[in-house]
Design a protein around this ligand. Sequence first.
Ligand code: F6R
Length: 614
Amino acid sequence: MCGIVGYIGEKSAVDILLNGLTKLEYRGYDSSGIALNNGGHIELYKAVGKLNNLKENIRPIKDELDKSTIGIGHIRWATHGAPTTVNAHPHTCNCGKLVLVHNGIIENYQELRAELEKQGCLFKSQTDTETVAHLVAREFDKVKDLTEAVRLATQRIEGAYALCVLHQDAKDTIVATKRNAPLVVGIGEGEYFVASDVPAIIDYTKKAMYLDDNQIVTLTRTSMKLIDKNNNEIKGKVEILPWEPVALSKMGYKHYMMKEIHEQPSIIRNLLSGKITGINENLNLNEVQLDKETVKKLNRIQIVACGTSLHAAMVGKYILEDFCGIAVDVEPSSEYIYRKTVTDENTLVIGVSQSGETADTITAVKQSKKRGSHILIVTNRPDSTMAREADSLISVCAGIEVSVAATKSYMAQLISFYLLAIYIAEIKGSVDKELVKKLKKELIVLPEKAEEVLSQENQVKVISRKYANAKNFIYIARGINFPTALEGALKLKEISYINATGYTAGELKHGPIAMLDETLPVLSIMMKGKVYDKILSNSEEAKARNAKMIALTNSSDEKLNELFDDIIRIPETDEYLSPILAIIPLQLIAYYIAEFLGKDVDQPRNLAKSVTVE
Ligand code: F6R
């Protein structure tokens, strides 16, 4: 969470900082701030709420601020302390000469704060970050060198941080460092940039250096010096970023979420191209760096992920176990990292993450790597921290996802799991060849079927509005579509704030059925196949309790009209592949309900796109 930027050069820092923060707004958006070194004097500007508020505050004095060519900026997702102006970054020391911005969590901030208060530091905010400002300032007073002050201060810090620091007496210098939080330095001609993520700098330079943990970089307009925590100078790895500047555009849609939902058919098409070259030929997945003998010996797969990525992983478990005959565990990363897990050299660990920066998943992956497991990362960001831990990397290539609610990246993760499962199954010979052929054939036509689902958008809109005032929602499904129910409910929860829950339909009568009455809509995901009749019976049970019934189905059975108040019909496909089509109407329902209720669809309250704290 939180995005940080820094600039030192000859251009107007304020423009670069605000542009950078705009690109980082997906990381948090409850307050923002910048600090500018204006002719040797540091000035702070902060605002609560969206970045636009800061831009508006600055607008009347913008010409004056344009003179400043050094600055740092921050966009916040509150961890410690409410989203107020005082808690917004940059934070300062007592005298205001030192300013810094921080992404991460300082775990021992209470002890440090108590100690610093005793020494006369006056705290203005409730943040953990302000401790670091005082700590670095005190070291600076002793050693009169900003880099050394940062080095000494960070040795006392426990937790995660990316920091960018300015001091009025360390003229024309920015110091930045990181531990367990991403930070990249952009290298220009007579200028340097610092940022939490590439989009903030890519408009200006493609030449960059990612910082490793505990490295400290000191930037002036004409020099960049990198040291390790023991003060040894080191040579950083400068690389050319494989990125083009991205002009983020809604392409005529009202929200990014809707644009991203509509991108899904072409994402499926792109992902399949070059991988399925013919239904009789083995699938191509060169990304998997395991030799065939090792694949054959795999006896266990552990998948770690959070949120929407976790739901994609659950579909992955279903198909990997069915096609490959390998036991698969799926676990939220935040649970996995706090228990002993049983792995050996024949265990494959898969980390799934849109952003590649989710702190819990990074920790889980690092732990497994230490235990010697092969690490396969499925991510939308091949340049991310997680991707850099990968032994095998499946880049899902969904393009930048701006809306906080993940849609197209989920789709891309699903397709990646189908490809992986078929790939392993073909090597192991563990699945019926005719089934694989059928699935390949079906996968190839899925983009058109996804387009067909999207073409029914208006019907979904009408149904969504009918239920928009419900206080609670239940999604039921069985088998491979249980994760679809969870994901549909999560989408609705996060953007409309309606309490929506996904249940395996068989569990309904073990408790949740008590909640049912005429005020509660139940959405049954009923795809033709093994569990269709079972879920039909479970839907009857819900109907008997007067619940409002909605069906999402690929069956044309007319009898459903009696049982259900509303029916969304989608094209038929193999049951194994049905989660790919079934999720689309659920994304649309969440979208239309949230939009109808006037919620901020792309930036829902309390959330951030990239969860970089554990
Ligand atoms: C929901 C959503 C979150 C993320 C979760 C993991 O729409 O976006 O639940 O899926 O925070 O993020 P990644 O996939 O970046 O690890």
